[in-house]
Design a protein around this ligand. Structure first.
Ligand SMILES: [Zn+2]
Length: 494
């Protein structure tokens, strides 16, 4: 057992302002919203009900999107024979430093060590040679919801944890065109989800060769910007070509009667996205959760009157509002905890990032209204109790849109087109640099050594639902001066 790094001041503690200490602010808002707790093992965290509820909402929405593309869920075991990992050279090199290995079971030393899955390509592809025989078995579109374990040297809640929850999709196709198209289709699912549900205004792109997933032929990514200007890789989709099929001897008989190798993709999104949501939207008062994934969307806070009669009228109106909104399908709570002043309750829900608060006091009841307060902008406005549902719907939709716009504007304002070293250095200090790069790994390593920034991606543009590469923009590499054909996004990243 190792000690967890110092975390927060606790649930009721002060929140460090972002401008003063951004990493501490992040820890503080997580503690204030009661999302996680420390685990006895370093690098692991306990997801508390408020945190796990966000993951459940993410999972529900994403799972529906996958199924719209005919993806089926499966479950493979957590233990993988070490020899499977070793079957694919790049895969083993990529994952070896992060592996947790089981050497003993049932009180005896195991003949072959077992790996706690860091990802499941190897165990799944070792099975697919039994499931895929003919072209009629393709495409095979699988996904699993599970946790994986990758030993983590610099752990941080949600963003870098040894064990994390995720989904991993694994698909098999008849041709390289099909596997590439499917990997891009899943990038589209992640992009739409991150944009519409998480409000992260993600930047889509393709990773340079040295940043690809081990063994992949192409790796696609979405890279939203956090409030400190750093990138967060929030979802990746990989086209493996025939790499996995060759390592695990998976082939199919085509319509021509001949044997052909199978083409693979894999794609994953994890609880890391929750960290991205917190970092992209929160403010100095606490978390801000987009309505689509907020475990509680509306908190109703009754404000007692001076006498029993007016207090009872308030309680009745609040109870009615709770019933009406719950019936309409919203996630609502009525804060009727005794002995707490309304101000303390406002504070409580604010720190948890609840998108909308409805205050109902005697004067509101007399006027047939509630006072609606939106978390993302602190705006107050009266809403008629007789049309509560429609106003709540409007307020939540508006908050969802405003959050996405805010993040998009921040990213655009902090992305600078630069053409030399000084430009890169100054752009990555608080955002993204768009710069020509020679595509030489040694040059990327030098950029990282000098600036702590990495090549995030070759950006892609989304047009009519498809991702297209922007036209070439030839010139000199902004870092080393060698010839370059395209611009990349360079940034510091989590
Ligand atoms: Zn260069």
């Amino acid at each position: 057992m190792a000690e967890q790094p110092v975390t927060s001041q606790g649930t009721d503690g002060p929140i460090t302002p972002r401008a003063q200490d951004y990493p501490q602010w992040y820890q503080d808002i997580i503690a204030a919203a009661e999302l996680v707790d420390q685990a006895p093992v370093r690098g692991c965290w306990i997801l508390r009900p408020n945190g796990y509820a966000i993951w459940e909402l993410i999972q529900r929405d994403l799972d529906r999107r996958f199924k719209e593309h005919a993806v089926q869920n499966v479950y493979f075991p957590v233990l993988i024979p070490m020899s499977f990992i070793e079957r694919e050279k790049e895969h083993v090199e990529g994952f070896s430093p992060e592996l947790a290995v089981v050497t003993h079971g049932g009180g005896e030393k195991l003949e072959e060590p077992l790996v706690v899955r860091p990802t499941s390509e190897t165990i799944i592809w070792s099975t697919l040679n039994r499931w895929i025989r003919s072209h009629r078995d393709l495409p095979m579109l699988l996904n699993q919801w599970c946790s994986v374990l990758r030993w983590e040297k610099r752990p941080r809640a949600f963003l870098r944890t040894a064990e994390f929850l995720w989904q991993e999709g694994h698909t098999a196709h008849a041709s390289g065109e099909e596997s590439r198209a499917f990997a891009l289709k899943m990038l589209g699912v992640y992009y739409d989800f991150a944009e519409q549900v998480l409000c992260l205004a993600p930047l889509p792109g393709e990773k340079p060769a040295h940043e690809r997933f081990p063994g992949a032929r192409s790796t696609f990514t979405i890279e939203p910007m956090m409030q400190d200007g750093r990138a967060l890789q929030a979802g990746t989709s990989h086209d493996f070509g025939t790499t996995l099929a060759e390592a695990f001897e998976v082939s199919y008989q085509g319509e021509d009667g001949a044997s052909h190798p199978v083409h693979a993709t894999s794609w994953g999104m994890s609880t890391r996205t929750i960290g991205g949501v917190l970092m992209a939207h929160g403010d100095d008062r606490g978390a801000i959760i987009p309505p689509a994934i907020a475990p509680i969307q509306v908190a109703i806070v009754p404000v007692p009157g001076r006498d029993e009669e007016s207090t009872r009228a308030v309680e009745d109106a609040a109870a009615l509002a709770l019933r009406e909104l719950t019936f309409a399908g919203y996630r609502v709570t009525l804060d009727s905890r005794p002995g707490l002043r309304p101000g303390a309750k406002y504070f409580h829900w604010e720190r948890r990032g609840v998108p909308l608060r409805l205050e109902i006091g005697p004067r509101d009841v007399a006027a047939g209204q509630a006072t609606a307060v939106t978390r993302h902008d602190g705006q107050k406005r009266p809403v008629p109790l007789s049309e509560l549902q429609v106003h709540v719907e409007d307020a939540l939709e508006a908050a969802q849109v405003a959050l996405g716009q805010r993040v998009r504007e921040a990213r655009e304002a902090h992305t600078r087109t630069v053409d030399d070293r000084t430009g890169i250095e100054s752009a990555v200090a608080d955002g993204y640099a768009s710069a020509r790069w020679c595509e030489d790994t040694a040059c990327a390593e030098d950029i990282q050594a000098q600036t702590r920034a990495t090549i995030r991606c070759f950006p892609l543009e989304r047009r009519d639902g498809a991702f297209v590469q922007p036209p070439d923009d030839p010139g000199d590499c902004a870092w080393c001066g060698a010839p370059a054909t395209r611009r990349v996004i360079i940034a510091r990243a989590y």
